[in-house]
Ligand binder design. Sequence first.
Ligand code: APR
Ligand code: PHB
Length: 389
Amino acid sequence: MKTQVAIIGGGPAGLLLSQLLDLHGIESVVLERRSRDYVLSRIRAGVLEQGTVDLLRAAEVGARMDRQGEIHDGVEISWHDERLNIDIKDLTGRGVMVYGQTEVTQDLYTARDARGGTVLHEAEVTGIEGIEGDGVTVHFTHEGEAKTLTADFVAGCDGFHGPSRKAIPESHRQEFERAYPFGWLGLLSETPPAAPELIYAAHDRGFALCSMRSPTLSRYYVQVSLSEKLEDWPAERFWDELRTRIPADVAETLVTGEPLEMSIAPLRSFVSEPMRHGRLFLAGDSAHIVPPTGAKGLNLAASDVYYLHRAFDRFYNHGTSEGLDAYSETALSRVWKCERFSWWMTSMLHDFPETGAFERRMQRAEFEYLQMSETARKSFAENYVGLPY
Ligand code: APR
Ligand code: PHB
């Protein structure tokens, strides 16, 4: 097989890139190691920045999002029973779109099918050759057979555990990491959301989040220690813990139900530099991870893909490699700012088991500063709705 851009990974980053390249007349093949059903069963965050929304519309995959997604003009932060509403629309002129990542991925698959895009499933990449040369060969297994795909370039959209990042020689790669000593236990239920807006709740027992997917589908999280096991969390225990951590008036009216899904995810901040080596370009989780506080993961994948598809467009359609040469620096500049915001929000709202009294007072001071200062709220809102591309 032969194409212009070989894309490893059929998550949101890889699919969106292939769709945008196609719209610019650039060929690609997506190799995805899992089945489509498996990819679509992964439940991830559900808040889209304006820039992501605009990019999905430009990629001609925004119609269902525009019909079914909900625009939110505000977000709440609570501290025990104190509630702080941050009117992000008033502060920035923009809102965010509540629409699940699973739905975004579904819409991307539908669009790739409609345009006859090649997305191979159960196609596991086993090796990448030639990234320092004048063409690349991607080795993969598909339907039990070893196969190859040759291409001008390779886009590594294969998530944190994929092979692309590791194809950059260690001597040319630097990794930065902060692992947090806790995870999020999430629960999805067919119940109306606890409140009209998302509530990020800080509490002495740990962080909690009330989120949603639609007027009838809610998503909740509670911070848990890394040693917690899913089997020790029957739904009733989850609901009790959530009620304890969120403001009492919200807890009183909370509608609970049977979980559709429950899972535990560890929290991590991670960046690998550079995001380009020769003919290999990384995008999304393959290059960076953020903790979910602030829901930046998918949005960062989208901004990478924005820069990368424009760089390929300039290369193939305008004969200049300037965009490709600037890609790593351009993308990383935005990545680090989003890393900072996700790390800051995580630090302010979670219970850190090792933390002493001084740090706890600092967390409280951050909250009080947001309460008293419109400037602080504006800075929060500017980051929450998404920094410009
Ligand atoms: N060969 C082929 N595909 C692979 C391989 C491989 N060797 N290794 C990993 N993959 C696939 C995974 O199966 C996965 O479907 O790459 C895909 C990467 O997708 P995501 O992990 O969703 O990453 P990304 O597309 O960058 O999305 C970024 O979406 O998944 C969330 O948490 C993530 O919110 C973040 C955003
Ligand atoms: C979610 O709805 O899953 C969600 C929302 C906001 C976050 C993280 C997760 O910050």
